[in-house]
Ligand binder design. Structure first.
Ligand code: SF4
Ligand code: SF4
Length: 369
């Protein structure tokens, strides 16, 4: 049987895709430029997308250039992934109220959770989403808030046409093209988008789009573009087996890192797979009601290492070990793969310019090979 000809959406018709998603009851989320960075937030039209922008990144550095091209997705990433959308930085898990008779009631606050369509999801962030799904949905306990938000999510991926200096998804096996986990995936060319379907939901939207057959020239350009973006990635995380970093706790590089690391926690905040949090109760002023809050936390915080009155990570060195060994080494036992999808954010947003990949390669022994 002959393969069907891939479909193409003209640039001017991207607005039709957005309108269909809106008509189907989704709120639209997409990349836009805010505070000199690309962030994901509500959008209403194509005009909100970051036309002509490109990011320059290296450890401790993020800068956006406007290069006047017509591309909407010709950039690598910004400080966020999908994490804040599904796992908010602060959430009320339950409320406790004392009624007129003095009895305490526990109430789960009702939330109206909209269906959200996200435009422009990169492959490393789809991989991170799969990891967060494992953690929040596939373990012994399901997180109801995450589950409700995840259920209404429609994902339009965009295959990368550009890699920043910090990107290394090729070496983690998570990019630069999206292979699964999306509803629709786009490959942006100058005149429009090759479009690929990834789910039944995606198919029902695709069927209503004004598509044309892709030309052979467009398919060749898309192939060359994918090949070029792979070659653009020179940074490479060497494979790490379970125990490889954990068995190197006495390596002198840990102390070297500890003398530079500020323990600010930025790396863990921007990491799309980190999920550490703390929980606390906040009393409402009149005294008969409290809220149980969950907030993002970081393994770099002092309080995060306090267990039953003991500090189990009493130095920056041990906190950095916790971050890197869990992420790259013991995570594999917990979730069947490393916790790193190669997005590079933990390097760009590190004020101490710590190069996570170079440090891991040194401690793991890749530099000795
Ligand atoms: S560890 Fe760094 S590069 Fe890996 S997923 Fe987290 S932020 Fe991205
Ligand atoms: S590695 Fe960088 S971002 Fe992470 S805690 Fe240390 S200084 Fe902050």
């Amino acid at each position: 049987m002959e393969e069907p000809v891939p479909s193409f959406l003209l640039r001017a018709d991207l607005s039709v895709l957005l309108k269909l998603l809106l008509d189907d009851g989704h709120q639209l989320h997409g990349p836009q430029v805010r505070d000199h960075a690309i962030v994901y937030s509500s959008i209403t039209s194509i005009a909100d997308l970051p036309s002509g922008y490109q990011d320059q990144q290296k450890p401790g550095y993020y800068h956006l250039d406007s290069d006047q091209n017509t591309r909407l997705f010709h950039w690598a990433n910004g400080p966020q992934a999908l994490k804040p959308l599904l796992y908010p930085a602060r959430e009320v898990l339950w409320q406790a109220k004392r009624d007129a008779n003095g009895a305490i009631q526990f109430i789960i606050p009702e939330q109206s959770i909209p269906k959200v369509a996200v435009i422009g999801v990169k492959s490393c962030d789809l991989a991170a989403l799969k990891l967060q799904d494992k953690h929040f949905l596939e373990g012994e306990y399901v997180d109801p808030g995450y589950q409700a938000r995840r259920k209404g999510l429609f994902l339009v991926a965009v295959n990368c046409s550009y890699a920043a200096d910090t990107c290394f998804c090729v070496s983690t096996g998570d990019g630069p093209s999206a292979e699964s986990g999306f509803d629709l995936a786009l490959t942006e060319l100058n005149e429009g988008f090759l479009i690929q379907v990834g789910s039944e939901k995606g198919l029902s939207v695709m069927d209503r789009l004004p598509l044309i057959d892709a030309t052979q020239a467009q398919l060749t350009t898309a192939y060359e573009q994918g090949k070029a973006v792979k070659e653009m990635q020179t940074r490479r995380l060497a494979p790490i087996s379970v125990g490889q970093l954990n068995n190197q706790r006495e390596h002198p590089q840990w102390q070297d890192i500890a003398e530079r690391c500020l323990a600010c926690g930025n790396c863990t905040m921007v990491c799309p797979t980190c999920f550490c949090h703390h929980q606390s109760d906040e009393l409402v002023m009149k005294g008969d009601e409290s809220q149980h809050i969950r907030e993002w936390d970081s393994c770099f915080g002092e309080s995060h290492g306090e267990l039953a009155g003991f500090q189990v990570r009493d130095s920056i060195k041990t906190r950095y070990q916790q971050w890197m060994i869990h992420k790259l080494d013991s995570w594999q036992e917990q979730y069947d793969r490393s916790g790193c999808t190669g997005c590079g954010r933990c390097m760009s947003w590190c004020p101490a310019e710590i190069d996570f990949v170079a440090e891991a390669n040194t401690i793991g022994g890749a530099d000795d090979e």
